[in-house]
Design a protein around this ligand. Structure first.
Ligand SMILES: CC(C)(COP(=O)(O)OP(=O)(O)OC[C@H]1O[C@@H](n2cnc3c(N)ncnc32)[C@H](O)[C@@H]1OP(=O)(O)O)[C@@H](O)C(=O)NCCC(=O)NCCS
Length: 171
C-alpha cells in the first residue's frame, strides 16, 4: 500500500519475521518516549522484563503488524500481540483483545506517519476479524490525542496510565 504524505511517499506493508530487529527498536522508542530519555537499543530493550514480552519471539501465533518505509528505510511500525491473563502487558483487557505497540523513528515524527500506521493496523485487524485492540499510554504522552482521534476510549487506569480500547468494527 502506498500512502502519499506531504513531502514524502511512505509505503506501508505487513510486518514479517525479518522485522524483528526493527520492532525491537520501535519498542524502545515507545517505552522511552519522553524527549529527555535516550531510547535504549533493541538489544537493551529485550533485556527489560517489563516490556520485552511485546516483541520477544516475533512473530508469535496471532501477531500482526505494519511497517512504514521511506524508500528502503523503515521509519515506523505498529503491531498487535495477544496475551493471556497470566502473562500480559500494561494494556491488557482480555485474551481476545490484542495489545498495540507503536513507534516512529526520531526525526520523522509529526509528519503523519503514526496516523498512517495506526489506520493501516486497524484495517489489518478488521481483515483478520479482530473486534477490538487495546493499549496502555502514559497520561501525558501526546500520543493520547492520536488514539482519541482514531476512536480509542479510556476504559481504566493502571498507575495513572490510561488503558484504552478501540472497537475496530466502528472505527
Ligand atoms: C506517538 C507516535 C507514534 C505518533 O506518530 P507521529 O508520526 O509522530 O504522529 P502523526 O504525525 O501521525 O500525528 C498524529 C497525531 O498525533 C498527535 N501527536 C503525536 N505526537 C505528538 C506531539 N509530540 N505533539 C503533539 N501531538 C502529537 C497529534 O494529535 C497528531 O494529530 P494532528 O496531525 O492532527 O496534529 C510518534 O510520535 C512516536 O513514535 N512517539 C514516541 C513513541 C511513543 O510515544 N509511542 C506511543 C507509546 S504509547
Amino acid at each position: 500500500m502506498i500512502v502519499w504524505q506531504p513531502g514524502a511517499v511512505v509505503v506501508l506493508r505487513s510486518a514479517t519475521v525479518d522485522d524483528s530487529a526493527f520492532l525491537r527498536e520501535m519498542l524502545a522508542v515507545a517505552a522511552d518516549w519522553r524527549p529527555e530519555a535516550a531510547a535504549r537499543s533493541g538489544d537493551e530493550i529485550v533485556r527489560d522484563p517489563a516490556v520485552a514480552h511485546y516483541v520477544v519471539g516475533w512473530p508469535r501465533s496471532g501477531d500482526f503488524g505494519v511497517v512504514a518505509h521511506d524508500d528502503d528505510v523503515p521509519v515506523g511500525a505498529a503491531w498487535c500481540r495477544f496475551f493471556d491473563a497470566g502473562s500480559h502487558g500494561y494494556g491488557f483487557v482480555s485474551a481476545d483483545v490484542p495489545e498495540l505497540t507503536i513507534g516512529v523513528v526520531a526525526g520523522r515524527r509529526g509528519e503523519g506517519i503514526g496516523r498512517v500506521l495506526l489506520t493501516g493496523l486497524i484495517d489489518e485487524a478488521r481483515q483478520r476479524g479482530v473486534a477490538s485492540i487495546s493499549l496502555s499510554v502514559e497520561a501525558d504522552n501526546p500520543a493520547v490525542a492520536l488514539y482519541l482521534d482514531v476512536g480509542f476510549v479510556e476504559v481504566s487506569r493502571v498507575a495513572d496510565s490510561p488503558t484504552m480500547v478501540l472497537d475496530c468494527r466502528t472505527a
